[in-house]
Structures are given as structure tokens and as C-alpha cells.
Design a protein around this ligand. Structure first.
Ligand code: SF4
Length: 386
């Protein structure tokens, strides 16, 4: 593959500005000059597609018809505008989407193309009989955030500090390398920030409208999280994930909604899924955002006990497989006819330590009111499904 074709496919690679040939495009020109209006139109479409679906599956129709230089400028424009957006969340979403877009190509690329993309991103892939190897330090840098079961270090073939990879897994690691690269904002002068925000105020407003800011600890502001008050069902869900066992979508959804409502911050909720056998960092972040940002940060309502029971998620009878006695025994609180909700249990356990006025919600709208319900659009995190 010649260099120009490589840059056309992977516009994030250092040196891709060679696509512009002798043309010199300043940031101001890119933002203002009518000559670049087409690049801006496509750039805006790229931005909005990623905001709507950071998994990168939404197509940008104009991209395939545009010349390589226009595609490249649209990429630069999108990156620039999102770098000056007030919230870093939109840049991160876009980075995920663009990385996924590249992955579609990388997953089918020949080994020498993977090797070249890796090299230009600052990683070394050594071809070896149809597959590749990567140094352990590079592997850890890229694989740790992924943490899908098959990327765990214990499952790797290690030889003299090198990890053996088939091309498919190498492509997935490069996707992560692209995401990391694009998640960092482009450093720009304050004048450019002002200009870009002014010129693209409508786009940024639309992005903000579609991407609410992640809000930490919206569940119970100012109150500490008390895992020791968690009801048996939630503790069992956590144990399942920690043990690398599968947890149903309904369970994953309930866990995220519960943790959010009791005040866990965003990262804590994401971390709860890291042991899942199909853990995918970007998908988990997207889904946790979806579950927690609804209704100005209130998030989806936690399913009631009856709902959890109907999904086989109630653990009030005790869990014979649990390590601790407290989890093996049945919990009398859960047999109290007044108990109808896991959040109610949490408050009961907190007793007087819970401030007055922090009554358990009437739990708000039920999950049945959520789009698609717990197994529809509000899927539990880490499904790995796209
Ligand atoms: S009774 Fe409710 S709170 Fe208790 S384990 Fe079952 S679902 Fe959870």
C-alpha cells in the first residue's frame, strides 16, 4: 500500500497532512474559508454520527464519495472542533467512533498493513508466520483498558518478553491505540479556541444537547458509598462479575442503575464490570453513560424486587457458592413484606446514618418506562455486542 492510500485510510497517522500536497491550510482557513465548506459539512456529520453512536456503526454517507484530501480535512475539522468543546466527553466519544471506523479496515487488513499502522502509531509489531508479536510493555499499555477475556495476560502466549498475536487481535489492539491517540485534545491557541467556538456554536450546542455531561456522584450528593449495605442481589451480581462469570443484561442494567443511585461515581460503575468475560471498555463507558445520564443525571430507575425476582436475580435465599457466611445465609430483611426495592434495603441497612430527606425514591419511573426496558436500548454494560 502506498503512503497516500495509507493516509487516506488512516488520517490520524502522523504525516497524513501529506494528503494536502503543496496546499497549506491554516486552522483559520479550515474554520472560515468558503473553499473548505465541504470538508466542514462532512466534519460536522462525522461529529454528530459519533455523538449519536460512539460505537462507530453509523455511516457517514458523504465520506465514501469525498476525495482523500477532503476526507482528511473533515477529520481535522472534527478533531479541532471537539478539542475546543467545553466537555471532553464528546471528544472521547468521537475517538471511540473513529477508532471503531478504522478497526473495520484493520480487521481485514494484511499483516504488513497492520505492522505499518502500528509503527506509525509508535508500536512495534513483528511479523511471524502469518501472525505478529508485540512487546509485553506495548501489549499491556493497549490491552489493559480492553480487558475482554481473551486479552487477559494469563491467556497470552509469551516468549522472551513478546506476546504472540493473530492479526484479528492485533487489529483490536490497534483500535485501542487509535482511541488513545484521538482522545487527547489537539493543543490550540486561545484565539483559535474562541474562533472555533464562535464559528461552530450551533454544532457545539447540538453536541452538548445530545451528549449530556457525565456527572460524578449524582446519586446521593455528598454521601459516601456503603457497599456493606448493598442487598444480597447486588452483592451476588458483583461477585459474579468479579469471578469472571457471565451476568445477564437485566443484571448488568440493574447493577449500573443501583450503583448510580447510591452515589457511585462513573469510574466506579465502569470498574464494576471489568471482570466480565466480554468486558469492553468503550462499550461499557457508552452504556454506563446511557444508563446514568438519563433525566439530567438521575439515571434509569433501579428495577424493583419483583422484577429482579422474575429475572432470577433475587438472592434473598442465600448463595451457597458464596465465600462469606453473610452471603450464604438467607437474609430475613428481604422477606419483610414491606421490602419491595433494593434501594429500600440499602436505606434500611443505613438506618439512622442516612440523612432525613434522603428517603428511598419512590424509585421514579420503572425500568419498564425506559426505552426498550432493561433488555432493550438500556442494555447492561459490557455486552460486547455492537
Ligand atoms: S428481596 Fe429484593 S433486595 Fe432482597 S435480594 Fe431480593 S431483589 Fe434484592
Amino acid at each position: 500500500m502506498d503512503e497516500r492510500s495509507l493516509f487516506a485510510e488512516y488520517p490520524f497517522l502522523p504525516g497524513a497532512e501529506a494528503l494536502l500536497g503543496e496546499e497549506s491550510v491554516s486552522v483559520r482557513h479550515l474554520l472560515e474559508d468558503p473553499v473548505y465548506e465541504r470538508a466542514r459539512v462532512i466534519g460536522r456529520a462525522r461529529v454528530l454520527a459519533s455523538v449519536d453512536d460512539p460505537r462507530g456503526v453509523r455511516d457517514v454517507a458523504e465520506l465514501s464519495q469525498a476525495h482523500a484530501d477532503v476526507r482528511f480535512l473533515s477529520f481535522l475539522f472534527a478533531r479541532l472542533v471537539l478539542s475546543v468543546a467545553p466537555s471532553p466527553a464528546s471528544l472521547r466519544r468521537w475517538a471511540v467512533a473513529e477508532a471503531k471506523r478504522s478497526h473495520a479496515r484493520l480487521a481485514a487488513a494484511p499483516v504488513d498493513e497492520l505492522v505499518e499502522v502500528a509503527r506509525r502509531l509508535g508500536y512495534v509489531l513483528e511479523p511471524r508466520a502469518g501472525s505478529v508479536t508485540m512487546s509485553l510493555s506495548d501489549y499491556l499499555k493497549l490491552a489493559v483498558p480492553i480487558r475482554e477475556g481473551e486479552f487477559r495476560l494469563a491467556r497470552q502466549e509469551l516468549r522472551r518478553g513478546e506476546v504472540a498475536l493473530d492479526p484479528v487481535r492485533a487489529a483490536r489492539l490497534l483500535q485501542e491505540a487509535v482511541r488513545i491517540r484521538l482522545s487527547a485534545p489537539v493543543p490550540v491557541h486561545a484565539d483559535v479556541v474562541r474562533l472555533a467556538r464562535e464559528r461552530e456554536a450551533d454544532l457545539l450546542a447540538e453536541v452538548a444537547r445530545r451528549t449530556p455531561l457525565p456527572v460524578a456522584r449524582t446519586g446521593v450528593p455528598g454521601q459516601a458509598l456503603h457497599p456493606e449495605w448493598f442487598p444480597p442481589c447486588i452483592r451476588k451480581m458483583q461477585r459474579s462479575l468479579q469471578a469472571g462469570e457471565n451476568l445477564s443484561h437485566a443484571g448488568r442494567f440493574a447493577l449500573a442503575a443501583f450503583l448510580h443511585r447510591v452515589g457511585a461515581d462513573f469510574e466506579t460503575i465502569v470498574d464494576a464490570y471489568r471482570g466480565a468475560p466480554d468486558f469492553d471498555e468503550s462499550i461499557t463507558r457508552y452504556q454506563v453513560e446511557h444508563i446514568t445520564l438519563r433525566d439530567q443525571g438521575m439515571g434509569y430507575a433501579v428495577p424493583e424486587c419483583d422484577t429482579l425476582r422474575s429475572h432470577g436475580l433475587c438472592a434473598r435465599e442465600g448463595d451457597p457458592t458464596a465465600t462469606h457466611e453473610i452471603d450464604r445465609a438467607s437474609d430475613p430483611r428481604c422477606f419483610d413484606p414491606k421490602l419491595r426495592h433494593p434501594l429500600q434495603y440499602y436505606r434500611w441497612r443505613g438506618g439512622q446514618e442516612v440523612a432525613r430527606g434522603d428517603e428511598p425514591p419512590s424509585e421514579g419511573p420503572t425500568t419498564a418506562g425506559a426505552p426498550g426496558g432493561p433488555e432493550g436500548r438500556a442494555r447492561g454494560p459490557s455486552t460486547g455486542s455492537r
